[in-house]
Design a binder for this molecule. Structure first.
Ligand SMILES: [Cu+2]
Length: 449
């Protein structure tokens, strides 16, 4: 294998199944070498030109002393250095996994040696990506924090991270914390549980006036504290929905549904069991991502048959998906608007960075964040991006697929089965199996975090 082939292989392996299109470049490692050498990602040269212009001032003078690889956006990107540190762009490859330093070195030295297309027959060894320590916790692999994974040290102010820049171990830790919050739902009187936190929003959320921002800020803080009680290292990430993959990708990859090998073991065991032959057919689905419940169940239907997409079988699939990824939520139809688009259905476009610039340029707080009367003095922020992202992520249930010979309407939605605990309505597990017409995020009164 030539060094150039090895570079392409490292990048392709790290990108995995990511659909990031890099501002139109596509998977740039597959570009003809000539093009790759001149390619820019949003103005950042992936591979720096060989010679820097001589200059005696500032940045250019400093850059003149740097190696070609150190000046290349690709190397900074793979290491998660500025501007790929989450402040402007996520670490490279987008939506994939982190390339370990040994392999970054392979690419850097290839660049410093002039990006040779041929290896002159030179063979190089394949480096194994490893280093992460896996610990088993109740059957789930949770990775231990890798040193310097977070930008703060113990005792310093913690920084929230870009959801799309999180390392696999940071994500697994966050999932671990959410899994435990759901687990606490078994004890309704324990106010630390997920349902109670969601009810705080449902019952007390402040909108349409100046307390919209401060109330949610404190709410997010308390929610984050609840997560940290269970997994001390986590912070609540933020979602930069202005990144290039949105809204084509309707929801962040880390929030999408997926099955693991363990999910299949679970499905083979739980009542009603899925026979071993069918479980075998499901095996190729492990690791695939589905943005919506309908996309997932369509694939189950085409793989093992429609009978597994209804009733208790459907519920067991939802249990399995929630266990595998508690950041996924079954009552969410992101980007689905009854076959139409957000623009046609809601008469509002998906929010953009320009919207935010305009909102930030408003000259009074009243216009920006709301006025002094509850639910009566909405700021612009309240409409967009707040309402638009609620609507976008919540979405609407797609029309049911009726058998060709049947004209039966779908059964009425059995929604919000609730029990009363200490005088308050408390959601039951069955709620997660219901299929309401609108996703929970669509209706602000039902929006779980
Ligand atoms: Cu709210």
């Amino acid at each position: 294998m030539t060094r150039y082939e090895r570079v392409k292989e490292i990048l392709a392996a790290a990108a995995g199944s990511s659909r990031a299109d890099y501002g139109g470049l596509g998977p740039f490692w597959n570009l003809p070498l000539e093009q790759l050498l001149g390619a820019s990602l949003y103005g950042v040269r992936l591979i720096a030109p060989e010679n820097t212009p001589h200059s005696c001032c500032g940045r250019q003078a400093a850059e003149a002393t740097m190696s070609r690889s150190a000046r290349s956006g690709l190397i900074a990107g793979l290491r998660g250095e500025a501007p790929f540190d989450g402040t402007q762009f996520p670490r490279l490859p987008w939506g994939g996994s982190v390339v370990d330093e040994t392999n970054v070195q392979v690419i850097a030295s290839w660049i410093d040696d002039g990006c040779p297309a041929e290896g002159a027959g030179e063979e190089i060894g394949v480096f194994e990506a490893s280093g992460a320590i896996t610990i088993e916790r109740e059957g789930y692999s949770v990775y231990e924090g890798v040193p310097n994974e977070y930008k703060y040290q113990h005792g310093e102010l913690r920084q929230r991270v870009n959801l799309d820049c999180m390392t696999p171990s940071q994500l697994e830790n966050l999932r671990c914390a959410f899994r435990e919050l759901y687990e606490l739902n078994k004890w309704p009187l324990d106010t630390r549980n997920y349902n109670n936190l969601a009810l705080i929003h449902q019952n007390h959320c402040q909108h349409g006036w100046e307390r919209f921002l401060p109330w949610h800020r404190v709410y997010m803080y308390e929610f984050e504290k609840a997560l940290q009680d269970l997994c001390a290292s986590v912070t609540l990430p933020y979602w930069d929905w202005t990144l290039a993959q949105y809204p084509k990708n309707p929801i962040p990859d880390s929030f999408q549904a997926f099955l693991t090998d363990r999910s299949l073991e679970f499905l083979a065991r739980r009542d009603p069991v899925i026979p071993a032959d069918e479980i075998k057919l499901l095996q190729p689905l492990v690791g695939k991502l589905w943005p919506t419940p309908s996309a997932f169940f369509d694939e189950v239907e085409s793989t093992i048959g429609a009978e597994y997409t209804v009733g208790q079988h459907r519920n067991r699939f939802i249990d399995a998906l929630l266990e595998a990824n508690p950041l996924w939520y079954p009552l969410r139809y992101p980007g689905q608007f009854g076959g139409s688009t957000i623009n046609d259905t809601i008469h509002y476009h998906y929010p953009s960075a320009i919207d935010i610039e305009e909102i930030m340029s408003l000259r009074t707080f009243r216009d920006f964040g709301g006025g002094s009367l509850y639910n009566d003095s909405f700021g612009f922020l309240d409409q967009n991006p707040h309402n638009t992202l609620h609507i976008w992520t919540g979405g609407m249930k797609p029309a049911p697929k009726l058998p060709a010979d049947s004209a039966q309407p779908s059964a009425a939605v059995d929604r919000n089965k609730a029990v009363r605990v200490a005088g308050r309505k408390f959601h039951t597990r069955d709620d997660l199996y219901s299929q309401p017409d609108f996703g929970d995020m669509f209706k602000i009164g039902r929006a779980h975090v």
